[in-house]
Each structure stands twice: as structure tokens, then as C-alpha cells.
Ligand binder design. Structure first.
Ligand code: GLP
Length: 244
């Protein structure tokens, strides 16, 4: 879907999430959301908060799993995805704190593998992800599944791509301070969601978007794996869609 602006994308994405929550609440079912960070979803979360207030949307049965977190990273650090999610969404809706899951950036290295297995198990125990929200990196990453991430990857510790580190540099006061690792859901984890919406805006994403839609499917551009999923919508603004 090519919409007229990043705001239009945000409104469409937020409306879909709000409708899903409403429908599942009405059927007395929990809603399991996979959530993303980055600049792109900020407007969508703002719109979701607005709809939540306007329609008194009940988040009490919403369970969330975030895609990723830097490693190492304190949940209190302003650069953490924990902080991002509180500031941009969770502090503004009535979600139960025990229903929020974000990879833990404070683990000791030896505990990470077990933790990642448990993260996957928690998604399964919640009933699987009903809707996964995604952005896309300039290099075609989804979550922190950087180029080279295969289709069968699961939640794990990864090394960040130089492009990702460059893009994060401003927030960390320079590239040398930019984290070099992260914990991310895998490509396989993402592809298990019932429904996926990817949002992208701005011309910096145009090449990755073109590759995602028309390029060869493979680990060089992990977002291309979305083409093997039967229920994905990509929402773009005109700048992000300029090469397709
Ligand atoms: C970040 C996140 C991704 C996000 C992507 C794009 O580093 N790990 O989940 O989709 O890169 O970020 P932005 O929306 O800021 O361009």
C-alpha cells in the first residue's frame, strides 16, 4: 500500500491494530502483538494512543513481545528499547506490566542462549503472535536480523552490521559508543506471526524496500523472507516507494 504520507501509514497501521484488539476483546480472546522500535513506528504508536483514548480501547488482554534490544543495555538507559517502548506507548495505555516482554539486555553472556529459548517459549505459551509490526533497516534487516541472517534463525544474540551501528551513532554520541550486539527475535520467529505489517517511510529506505519486493529472496536482504509469508502488508510513503 502506497499512502500519501508517513502519517497516513501510521493511521492505517494503528487502525488495524486497534481493530484487531477490539475484535479479539469482543470474542473474549487475548491479542498478542509483536512490536518494533525505531523512528518509523513512533507516529503509529502516537495514533494508537489517540484511538485508545477516543474509543476507550481496553488493553487489559493485550500481550506484547518486542523484536529486539541492544546488548549490553540497561532497561533504564534512555537509549534502550525498554525506555523507547515506555515513552512511546506503554506509559500511555492501560497494558498490564506482566504482559510486556522485551529482550533483556542485562543478562550475563552465559545465560543468553537459555533466555532466548524461554522468550520463544513464552510467545508459544501466549498462543503465538497475532500481528507483528515491523520496520526495515536501510540494509534490509528486520528486527536485528542483519544481512546474513538465514530463514530458520530464532531469538539469539547477534553482531550488528556497520550500517546499523552508523545509523545508531547519533543516539549514542558517536559510532564508537554505538552497541555492537543485540538480542533479536529470529527470521523464523517473525515468520510464525499470523499477520505481519511492515511500515517504511523516507527515501533512505527506498532501496531496501525495492529489494524486499523485487530482489532475490535470501539472507543478503532478510526482509525478502517476508515474501514466503501469506499474510503480509507493506505500507509505504511515496519516498520509500520511489524505486518500485
Ligand atoms: C532498528 C530496529 C528495527 C527497525 C529498524 C529501522 O535498528 N532494530 O527493528 O525496524 O532499525 O529503524 P528506523 O525506523 O529508525 O529507521
Amino acid at each position: 500500500v502506497i499512502a500519501e504520507s508517513d502519517r497516513a501509514i501510521a493511521c492505517m497501521g494503528a487502525a488495524e491494530i486497534a481493530n484487531l484488539i477490539q475484535m479479539r476483546n469482543a470474542a473474549d480472546l487475548p491479542t498478542v502483538l509483536g512490536l518494533a522500535t525505531g523512528k518509523t513506528p513512533i507516529l503509529l504508536y502516537r495514533e494508537l494512543i489517540r484511538i485508545a483514548r477516543e474509543k476507550a480501547l481496553d488493553f487489559s488482554r493485550v500481550i506484547t513481545f518486542n523484536l529486539d534490544e541492544y546488548y549490553p543495555m540497561s532497561a533504564h538507559s534512555p537509549q534502550s528499547y525498554h525506555h523507547f517502548m515506555r515513552a512511546n506507548l506503554f506509559d500511555h495505555i492501560d497494558i498490564h506490566p506482566a504482559h510486556i516482554h522485551i529482550p533483556d539486555g542485562t543478562l550475563s553472556r552465559k545465560n543468553i542462549a537459555n533466555y532466548c529459548t524461554e522468550y520463544e517459549e513464552k510467545i508459544q505459551q501466549a498462543g503465538g503472535i497475532n500481528l507483528q509490526l515491523l520496520g526495515v533497516g536501510e540494509n534490509g534487516h528486520i528486527g536485528f536480523n542483519e544481512p546474513g541472517s538465514e530463514v530458520d534463525t530464532r531469538t539469539r544474540l547477534v553482531t550488528l552490521d556497520p550500517i546499523t551501528r552508523q545509523n545508531a551513532a547519533a543516539e549514542f554520541g558517536g559510532e564508537t559508543n554505538s552497541p555492537s550486539e543485540a538480542i533479536t527475535m529470529g527470521v523464523a520467529t517473525i515468520l510464525e506471526a499470523q499477520r505481519i505489517i511492515l511500515i517504511a517511510s523516507g527515501s533512505k529506505k527506498a532501496h531496501a524496500v525495492q529489494q524486499t519486493i523485487d530482489g532475490p529472496v535470501g539472507a543478503n536482504v532478510p526482509a525478502t523472507y517476508l515474501r514466503s509469508h501469506s499474510n503480509v502488508t507493506i505500507y509505504l510513503d511515496p519516498a520509500a516507494a520511489k524505486h518500485i
